[in-house]
Structures are given as structure tokens and as C-alpha cells.
Ligand binder design. Structure first.
Ligand SMILES: [Zn+2]
Ligand SMILES: [Zn+2]
Length: 153
């Protein structure tokens, strides 16, 4: 029996999370992993109880939707909320993190970033990751994997 690789497994989880996104501009998912265990997950959406972009439209200022908390932030904040250490963890994200999330990832002590798709790839974010010794690796995700494993098992 064929098994899904760890990278594809965690990346699949992030894509699954992205399907919960409430922002129509971009759907992003993030999974924080330690010792091959998922410790948190997040997607980009409004604060708890807030109105959703999918219902009210995005709240756009300077070409950014300012309503949403990004997936990476939501995953890190979930760890903060429940007191789960993020030191030396890894994060799997559907898209290359924005500059704000990049800084949060570094500051949370996360040491490896796996991302599926390029997204603007801010030069300063790349620089900061390098500077702080965070390993960044692209892991292309094949959405067919859901189908493949559903059929083969
Ligand atoms: Zn939005
Ligand atoms: Zn971000």
C-alpha cells in the first residue's frame, strides 16, 4: 500500500484548511508541525464572530484586504491561545508568507517554512528568513493527491 509522504500530507492539510478561508481574494492555509505532529492549523479569515468577506465583500485598503487575519498568524495565535510552544517547529503554507507573517514566523521560533506556491515573495521576507537561519523550501502540491489516495486505499 502506497503511503502519502510527510511533506505532501502536511501540505494536503494546509490545502484542506484553505478551503475554510472566508476571504475571496486568496485562500491560504497553514499547518504548524513539531516532530511530525500537527500542533496547529489556520486559514485566512475574519476575527471570531466578525463579518466574512464572502458575505460582505473584502475590506480593501491599498490593495490589501484588511479584514482578515492571515493563515500563518491564525496558526501561531492558536498556539499562543492554548500555550503550545512553537520553538523549532515547522510550518507548511499554501503560499509564500507575506512580510508580516514572515516576521511572526521568525519571532515564534519556527525554523523551517514549506510553501506550495509562490506569492509575491517579498525580497525583504526572503532576506529576513536567510538572516535568521530559517530554511525555506518550496513543496509543490498536487491536488490530485486527494483523488489518488481516495481511489487507491
Ligand atoms: Zn477579504
Ligand atoms: Zn501574511
Amino acid at each position: 500500500m502506497e503511503r502519502i509522504s510527510w511533506n505532501q500530507y502536511f501540505m494536503a492539510q494546509s490545502h484542506l484548511l484553505s478551503y475554510r478561508s472566508t476571504c475571496t481574494r486568496l485562500t491560504v492555509g497553514a499547518t504548524i508541525v513539531r516532530d511530525k505532529r500537527i500542533i496547529a492549523g489556520g486559514y485566512n479569515g475574519s476575527i471570531a464572530g466578525g463579518v466574512h468577506c464572502i458575505d460582505e465583500g473584502c475590506y480593501v485598503i491599498d490593495n490589501h484586504c484588511i479584514r482578515t487575519i492571515h493563515a500563518e498568524m491564525n496558526a501561531i495565535l492558536q498556539c499562543a491561545k492554548f500555550g503550545v510552544p512553537t520553538e523549532n517547529a515547522e510550518i507548511y503554507v499554501t503560499h509564500f508568507p507575506c512580510l508580516q507573517c514572515c516576521k511572526a514566523i521568525i519571532q515564534a521560533g519556527i525554523k523551517t517554512v514549506y510553501y506550495a506556491e509562490d506569492y509575491k515573495n517579498h525580497p525583504h521576507a526572503i532576506e529576513l528568513f536567510e538572516q535568521s537561519g530559517v530554511v525555506v523550501e518550496q513543496v509543490p502540491f498536487d491536488k490530485e493527491i486527494f483523488q489518488t489516495f481516495a481511489v487507491n486505499q
